[in-house]
Design a protein around this ligand. Structure first.
Ligand code: MG
Length: 269
């Protein structure tokens, strides 16, 4: 059985400490949490930056600060920075994290409605972000919120704007996006090349469902407070508790957990 790569999505752009006191906000909190998740079994951390007031920021200095702190604590942990952002944000803002030269960065290859706003990724912006990642040898993780986001990723690969391994994360189970259903996962898998890597993440209570999907179907999983604030109904989670749960489920299913070194090999770094 393939080794399981666990990605911990620590912060996101929306959750606050009022929602869950364990959400890491400052660069130091994010780095400490990344280290704890690494010790628990995560080999990748997916990172968003916040300013001093706790709001999402695209300040390259904050991303850089977070990267330096994580590398000091866990040099082998794979850092994946988020290029996500609100509608209307320019390429200049959305690319900010790429100046830190992370090993990976997220790349949404289409637009979609989130519960209360549109997540806008126009074709030109996608191409600009992919081009900059390509120049800097940053591996994109394609964030797939709906079926229509696969074809543009395959096209980037065909045109040489993605040179590394195709690597997808299927985000499922939020209002207005694709459902966290086994039928939808099967459909997505039918659309990607057999040598592509894939991971799955579920929003809210769907996180455990998609974790089981990923483990059972031979994919990888993403867990963390960015996507889900609760371990179970009424029980607030921490990032570490969510990674630990994924590890427990994988062990029960006979899936070994990839170390960061093994994950590096799988990604082709
Ligand atoms: Mg994100």
């Amino acid at each position: 059985m393939k080794k399981l790569i666990i990605t911990a999505a620590l912060t996101g752009s929306l959750p606050t400490k009022a929602n869950n006191p364990s959400v890491p906000i400052s660069p130091d909190e994010i780095a400490q949490d990344a280290y704890a998740c690494y010790q628990a079994g995560a080999s990748v951390v997916h990172i968003h930056a916040r300013d001093r007031s706790g709001k999402a920021t695209h300040d390259p200095a904050v991303f850089q600060d977070i990267c330096v702190r994580i590398k000091a604590l866990a040099p082998e942990l794979i850092v994946q920075l988020s290029t996500g952002g609100r509608a209307g944000m320019s390429f200049e803002s959305r690319r900010a994290c790429l100046f830190s030269n992370p090993e990976m960065a997220s790349l949404a290859t289409g637009s979609v409605n989130f519960p209360t706003f549109a997540y806008s990724n126009p074709p030109q912006l996608i191409e600009q972000l992919a081009g900059m990642m390509c120049e800097r040898h940053i591996l994109p993780e394609i964030e797939v919120f709906d079926t229509s986001m696969i074809a543009p990723a395959l096209e980037l690969k065909r045109r040489g704007l993605i040179t590394g391994r195709l690597c997808f994360n299927f985000v499922m189970g939020m209002p207005n996006i694709q459902p966290a259903s086994i039928q939808q996962l099967g459909h997505l898998l039918s659309m990607i090349p057999s040598d592509a890597l894939w991971s799955v993440s579920g929003i809210g209570a769907n996180q455990i469902t998609t974790t089981l999907f990923g483990i059972a179907a031979g994919g990888n999983v993403r867990v963390g407070l960015e996507d889900n604030l609760y371990l179970q109904k009424g029980v607030p989670a921490s990032n570490v508790s969510l990674v630990e749960r994924a590890v427990r489920l994988a062990e029960e299913a006979g899936r070994e957990i990839a170390t960061p070194a093994q994950a590096r090999e799988i990604f082709g770094f």
